[in-house]
Ligand binder design. Structure first.
Ligand code: PHE
Length: 452
């Protein structure tokens, strides 16, 4: 009897831990920094609608597909495919995932470094009395420097590396379980302030009133890519994390919960930012600086703004950290498995390599901003190739694997926990997994690249 109780309590704790880890991976800079910035660049409401369609029709089925693969195989991304489809080329999506992880973490670490600089600026009250133009100058002046952003990038990457080496994920999970709700509360407070600013309604209509004439093929591809980026999809993160999920977990419920939380936080971040963008006369298409320029303005307009500003950048850094460890894990797991490196060596090696690849990303905000190829800087290229090519392709292969290789029986077994749960949505899921998701990804993809 006693043993039974212990077992049950254990599985309950780890169940919460795994969900916290998955939510921690999904919620990050993608929601609060990238979503508002690309929404601004690609024209607002219509982009948001396409993004939401991508989340429901493609994102959700792929979250579920990664869960099915990971929990069935109980292995990391490459190993799972090797186990479920031995002696085939199905491990290739795993390798693509590792490549995407390297590229994403290279620029992710740079932006995460910015949040640390802004945390310091918030603590030292550097935004006090500054107008929107000053704040734009502060941001531009900071990211175009050579040493300072790189210094913060190195600090952030060291933190990521340290956590992955020391395996104190338990601590981070506990911390993020506590901290993420706090982040949510702060965003809601920010939302309340933002939508009561004079002129705020223009920002809300920018975000929610679609103007389809502003929508481009490239915009649709970016929306699709961001659905993958934001849900941590297409590169095996969720395969790896779900391999630790208990066999009692209801995969579909978990997938829906994670998707709602992730999308909700992105929308709330948009609601905090766009009304303020219009109220302060900031350019919505300002690019990667949007959040960093806009929010310090809002904090200045609210009581207790000094404290909220510190808390916000602290929590943004933590949210970035719980995502960056999940990205580094993909690379480390691969090196440990395939090259049989020690975990510590593999982690330090990949973190150092990725940080170095990040240097030109950081420099492309300043001294190398004119070094472009087809109008994209090094930073933009890494983001574009990883988020808009490798993740969607990886996702296509993952969902097609579940639809066509594992098939209905294989999926049903995981989704119903061997017949324990009912899964009335199974035919719909199979239809999405076999046809809709792969087809839509292929069309958007070829169209966005101008090949179709
Ligand atoms: N989803 C994370 C974010 O929104 C980024 C991420 C991408 C994490 C891919 C893991 C894998 O910030």
């Amino acid at each position: 009897m006693a043993t039974k109780e212990v077992v049950q309590r254990d599985s309950f704790t780890s169940k919460l831990g795994i969900i916290a880890a998955i939510a921690g991976s999904a919620v990050g800079l993608g929601n609060i920094w990238k979503f508002p910035y690309i929404t601004g660049v690609y024209g607002g409401g219509a982009f948001v609608i396409v993004y939401l369609i991508c989340i429901v029709l493609i994102g959700l089925p792929i979250v579920l597909s990664e869960f099915i693969i990971g929990r069935k195989a109980q292995r990391n991304a490459v190993g799972s495919f090797r186990f479920l489809a031995p002696r085939t080329y199905w491990y290739v999506p795993g390798l693509m995932g590792v490549t995407a992880a390297v590229m994403i973490l290279a620029f992710y670490g740079v932006v995460a470094g910015w949040t640390l600089e802004y945390l310091l600026k918030a603590i030292t009250n550097s935004f006090a009395g500054k107008n929107p133009a000053d704040l734009e100058g502060i941001f531009g002046g900071f990211i175009s420097q050579i040493a300072r952003p790189i210094f913060w990038q190195i600090i952030f990457m060291s933190l990521t590396c340290w956590i992955v080496v020391a395996g104190i994920k338990g601590g981070i999970e506990k911390a993020s379980k506590l901290l993420m709700p706090v982040l949510l509360v702060i965003i809601v407070i920010l939302d309340t302030r933002a939508i009561t600013l004079p002129g705020a309604s223009e920002g809300l209509s920018f975000l929610f009133k679609p103007d389809f004439s502003k929508l481009t093929a490239e915009g649709i591809l970016i929306a699709l890519g961001h659905a993958f980026f934001s849900l941590s999809l297409g590169m095996g993160t969720l395969i790896t994390y779900s391999s630790y999920m208990s066999k009692e977990e209801n995969l579909a419920t978990t997938a829906v919960q994670i998707t709602i939380v992730d999308t909700g936080i992105a929308l709330l971040a948009g609601i905090a930012i766009f009304p303020a963008v219009f109220a302060f006369g900031i350019e919505p298409g300002a690019g990667p600086g949007l959040v960093f320029i806009t929010l310090p303005n809002v904090f200045q307009q609210m009581p207790g703004g000094y404290i909220f500003c510190i808390l916000f950048f602290l929590l943004l850094a933590v949210a970035a950290l719980t995502s960056s460890i999940s990205i580094l894990e993909v690379v480390v797991a691969y090196f440990v498995e395939e090259l049989h490196l020690k975990r510590r060596t593999a982690t330090i090696m990949s973190a150092v390599g990725i940080t170095i690849i990040g240097f030109p990303c950081s420099l492309s905000m300043g001294v190398w901003s004119k070094v472009t190829f087809m109008d994209r800087t090094f930073f933009d290229w890494l983001d574009f190739i990883a988020s808009n090519i490798l993740l969607p392709l990886g996702g296509l292969l993952i969902v097609a694997f579940v639809g066509w290789i594992l098939g209905r029986e294989g999926a049903e077994q995981e989704l119903t926990n061997d017949g324990e749960l009912s899964a009335g949505y199974l035919p719909l899921f199979m239809f999405l997994a076999k046809f809709v998701a792969p087809l839509v990804i292929a069309v958007v993809f070829l169209h966005g690249l101008g090949l179709f």
